[in-house]
Each structure stands twice: as structure tokens, then as C-alpha cells.
Write a protein that binds this ligand. Sequence first.
Ligand SMILES: Nc1ncnc2c1ncn2[C@@H]1O[C@H](COP(=O)(O)OP(=O)(O)OP(=O)(O)O)[C@@H](O)[C@H]1O
Length: 310
Amino acid sequence: MIEVNGICKFYGQKKAVENLSFKISDGEIVGLLGVNGAGKSTILKVLGCFLLPSVGEARIGGYSVTHDSEKVRQLIGYLPDRPPLYHEMTVEAYLSFVAKLKDAPGDQIASYVEDAIKQANLEDVYDRQLGQLSHGYQQRVGIAQAIVHKPKVLILDEPINGLDPIQIAEMRDLILSLKGKHTVILSSHILSEITKTCDRILVIDKGQLVAEGNEKELMGNMDGAMDIAIEVDRWDDGLGDKIMGIEGVQSVTDHRQEATTTLDIACNLDLRGQIAKCVVESGVQLLALQKKQAELESLFFKLINTESRR
Ligand SMILES: Nc1ncnc2c1ncn2[C@@H]1O[C@H](COP(=O)(O)OP(=O)(O)OP(=O)(O)O)[C@@H](O)[C@H]1O
């Protein structure tokens, strides 16, 4: 449904997107993940026909965003990072206005608006002026204006931006409810959130695609990186150094308690056997050894290589 081939985008001398290619199939929900300034909005603006690519081509439903932008616009609904709302209009009047602009069939505008209001859970505020709505409701109206003409593809730029935890959960449900009806591409800088809604994640760093896959696949791409925790019966001065001496161990952090000591060990491959052997040979009793789930955040940092930015 969406095909991006070798896109670059320059703002003057500044390269915001570099040689980016990806495909999104019909009905998929795909997330663009990256820190601020990674190039997410720029990519979505190109797909939304708001910006032309400097190099390369993008197609939606087979139509080029550069040469067939009229056709592309009919296929897509777009929520920019700031929803384009007219504050003096009511929700219903605004959605009806957008439906007309998007060439929804004249005799069905009322039913299209009603459907969008229902889907975005706006029944309680349909007659309120947009300027009087909370940020969370304005964001929902932003989604409603993107879906009102029943587009095949939805492009959502940071749909949870500025929402509180309850509004985030509601927005997550709303996005998941769009599954099956639309192909969705959305952006976020929050890894834990994007994994809850998206089938697949494209990790963007400095305008480039640095990794892609679902959460499990991204974890699998970490070259076997693994965090291991061990518990031993007593503190031993040389144990940390001995474990550090095992090839592939990256760091050892100890936590001494009264009765036992735990050590957190980061490795670049599965070294559980060697670590157990090393502990036993040191004469210390090994009470527990477990593989820790690598934290999502540490995955993100590893993928975009930003340890130094933390
Ligand atoms: N109109 C513009 N003129 C010049 N540079 C721009 C312009 N818009 C974006 N940029 C730069 O291009 C890069 C990518 O910006 P973009 O907004 O696409 O990133 P982003 O990942 O969406 O970030 P954010 O999450 O902060 O919105 C950034 O370095 C940004 O400063």
C-alpha cells in the first residue's frame, strides 16, 4: 500500500531524510520511532503530499506522491503534529466541512460525519466549539478529521503527543480500533507506547532507517546481547574481575546485601555456562542465575546508539 524508494529530503543544506526505503502492506499498523529531530515528521509530510522529496519516490496505492498527489490525497487521511482545527467551529460543523473538502459523496456527508464522531468517541462533544475542548479531545477531533472521508491510509504524526496517561490509553484503543479498516503509519518517540499499537516498527535515526521489525525481532537483532543476574552466598573481592575476564562480558555491577550479593552482568552473547563455571571455581556458592529481559529502553538506546545523549 505504501512504498518508499530511496527518499532524501533536504532543507537547504540540512539533510533531514537520507536514502530511506520501506514498504507497508495493506492493513498494517506501522510505527516510525525516533528521537526528536530524527526526521519522522518530514517522512510523514512527504507521504501526506505536504513536502516534495528532494530525491527518490514514494507511492501510496500505486500513485506517486510527486506526480499524482491529487489521487494520493483522496486515499489518505493525515493528522499533522498540530491538528488543523478552526476553534470557532463546532466538532460536527468542522467534520462536515472537512468531509466536503475531501470530496466525500454529497448525499453521505452526514452519515460519514456521524461515523467519524462515533469512531473517535466524540458523541459527548459533537456540538461544542473546538476551542473549548481539552487537548485530548482536540487530538481526537484531529483523528476524526483524518478518517472522516474513509481513506484507505492514515498518516498520524505523534498522535499521543501532550496527552495524559488516561488520554494515551484511550488514544491507543482508538488507533487499535482502526486496524483492519485502514493502513496506518504513525510516529512516536515513545518505544513502550509504539510497541502496544504497531505491528511493525521502523527505527529512524538521523533521517535513516537503522532497524525494523516487531518488538521480538528488534530484540533478536541485538547480536545476542543479554543481561544476566546472579546471586551468590557471599561477597568475594576478586569475583567481579574474574567474570569481567570472560570474553564477551561488557560490564559487571554488584549489589552487596547483608546475607547475599547479586551481580548484574551485561554480555554480548549468552555466557550463562561460562559465568556459572567461573563462580563455582571461585569457591563461592551460586544461589541463582537468570537471564534478564533486556529493557525496551536499552534496546532503543542500542538501536540508535545514543548512550552518550542520555
Ligand atoms: N522547515 C525546516 N527547515 C529547516 N530544517 C528543518 C525544517 N523542518 C525540520 N527541519 C530539521 O530536519 C530534521 C528532522 O526534523 P523532523 O521534524 O522531521 O524530525 P522529527 O523526528 O519529526 O522530530 P520531532 O519529534 O521533534 O517532531 C531536524 O533536524 C529539524 O531541525
